[in-house]
Design a protein around this ligand. Structure first.
Ligand code: SAH
Ligand code: SF4
Ligand code: F3S
Length: 481
């Protein structure tokens, strides 16, 4: 039996990952006589969370969500601009939707999110079938924009706010398993990494009221959810001040407040920035069993020279010292993942070797790896030359991916023979008789369903693994790895 499972659990190809990670669509909402809204979301988790805000705003305007693009009266594409291929995907999709629009007069198409913000009204000139363009801070205005577009005018709002956090809007959970949810704790980004478009598409950094965050997490727990992930581009710089005279709440304090809701509510967070993650955060993680021992700590490069050109504001030594602190405070088992870019401007073979050796040093569990894609208007596009040939970027990317595959396998092999506490998240995609869940370190674990339910915590003895998955069976044991 176990042999069979291993065979069916092949590691996802990069194309698989792209397909399942970057597009999410709305589900059918029961409704009579309501206009139907189809949202397709691209990019990062922040965008998927924003779509839940959009669905909530549009429900107030009399729309119900649908999973069928054919049934929709209104289509929103919530877009990403992080790399050129993210935008190309949206442009190809618009060509398809144009054909649909020709068959169905009255159908309206809105482009939301980061690509809308980057291109603004230019998008309407370039993509004639688009009726509405809305940036990430203007979603409260969507009902008015839809109404305006309904009169035949094009409608645009790309205003970026210094205050908007949508704190008072209850998100409608989309694509939800009812067990794990994401909570947006801040918006925007004030770091000016030279390659990155996010500061231009999402505006200035601002933190959401901690009381509203804790309330949302409490509500989720009461509804049966058992895991929340606190989201922001740079969660370690979270800082909320209720008034001029009160002390600001830090990220470590917020983490502790959310963890204190209930020991059965798991708490995760993403993304940490190496320049800002503090010992206070690491000690808070250590103190609470329900704060998962997993840190996503993007490096972007292992070369100090490249990190400086990227304006990451730390160097290789600083990053290594952060890895050392994590291992010293949280132990060798703490999961660590990274983002890495290959072929940034002027990157030499030696710089690339520095990236590979940093990966070996950090012993990463997982990684998100990309070839550099120049984004118009960013500091790198203005001041540096995108001079590493495409083939070399790709060759280096493949080497980085191969290194990560090996490290992931090695890290997973350490987990074999140990018992892990796993939150049951759903039926395994590859086998009806198996559940999947994740352990503390964010590793996917597959095991036979028996009589367990989604949302249960189970103890799984891991007996084998691939680079992507741990495989095992449940045990009564309460001692946890
Ligand atoms: N806020 C997070 C990352 C957000 S974007 C952080 O600071 O780490 C997600 C990842 O996309 C980045 O970490 C980076 O690795 C990658 N990325 C961003 N801009 C890119 C570009 N122009 N080309 C290739 N990859 C890029
Ligand atoms: Fe982009 Fe840097 Fe901000 Fe991350 S921290 S979103 S990479 S500018
Ligand atoms: Fe996210 Fe893409 Fe925008 S990664 S913040 S949706 S540019």
């Amino acid at each position: 039996m176990e042999q069979r499972i291993t065979e069916t659990l092949k590691i996802l190809t990069e194309a698989d990952k792209e397909a399942c990670e970057t597009v999410k669509v709305t589900e059918d909402e029961l409704s009579i006589n309501k206009k139907k809204l189809f949202i397709e979301s691209y990019g990062c988790q922040m965008n998927f969370s924003d779509s839940e805000i959009v669905a909530s705003v549009m429900r107030g305007a009399g729309f119900a969500t649908t999973s069928s693009v054919q049934d929709a009266d209104l289509i929103f594409l919530n877009t990403c601009a992080i790399r050129d291929n993210a935008e190309q995907k949206v442009r190809n999709r618009l060509v398809h939707l144009n054909a649909l629009k020709k068959k169905k007069p009255g159908l309206m198409i809105g482009v939301l999110g980061c690509m809308a913000e980057r291109l603004k009204a230019r998008l309407l000139e370039e993509e004639k079938m688009v009726d509405i363009v809305t940036g990430p801070d203007a979603y409260r205005d969507l009902p008015r924009l839809v109404e305006e577009a309904g009169t035949g005018q094009k409608a645009v709002n790309v205003y970026l706010s210094r205050e908007e956090t949508y704190a008072d809007i209850a998100p409608i959970r989309l694509n939800s398993n009812g067990i794990t949810a994401f909570i947006s704790i801040m918006r925007g980004c004030d770091n000016m990494c030279s390659f990155c478009v996010v500061p231009y598409t999402r505006g200035r950094e601002r933190s959401r009221d901690n009381v509203s965050i804790v309330k949302e997490a409490q509500g989720l727990f009461a509804d049966g959810y058992r895991e929340v992930t606190l989201l922001g581009q740079n969660v370690d710089s979270y800082k909320y001040r209720a008034s001029e005279t009160t002390e600001p709440v830090t990220f470590a304090q917020l983490l502790a407040e959310v963890a204190a809701i209930h020991p059965d509510l798991r708490v995760r967070f993403s993304t940490s920035h190496p320049k800002d993650i503090t010992d206070e955060v690491l000690y808070t993680m250590k103190k609470y069993d329900n704060i998962c021992k997993y840190i996503h700590l993007p490096a972007q490069s292992g070369s100090s020279r490249i990190l400086e050109l990227m304006n990451r504001t730390y160097d290789r030594e600083w990053y290594i010292q952060k890895i050392d602190r994590i291992r010293a405070i949280l132990g060798e088992d703490c999961g660590i993942s990274h983002d890495m870019i290959t072929g940034f401007c002027t990157e030499t073979e030696e710089d690339h070797q520095d990236t590979l050796s940093l990966m070996e040093y950090a012993r990463y569990d997982y990684g998100y790896m990309f070839a550099y894609s120049e984004r118009p208007g960013t500091p790198a596009a203005r001041k540096l030359t995108d001079d590493v040939p495409h083939e070399i970027k790709m060759r280096r990317l493949n080497e980085v991916i191969a290194t990560q595959q090996r490290l992931s396998l090695e890290r997973n092999q350490r987990m074999v023979g140990k018992i892990h506490k796993v939150l049951v998240e759903g039926v395994s995609k590859r086998s009806e008789e198996h559940f999947h869940g994740r352990n503390d370190q964010n590793k996917v674990v597959i095991f036979p369903r028996e009589n367990y339910q989604m949302g249960d915590y189970v103890h799984v003895l891991v007996t084998e693994c691939t680079a992507a998955t741990l495989i095992g069976h449940t045990v009564e044991e309460v001692v946890v790895a």
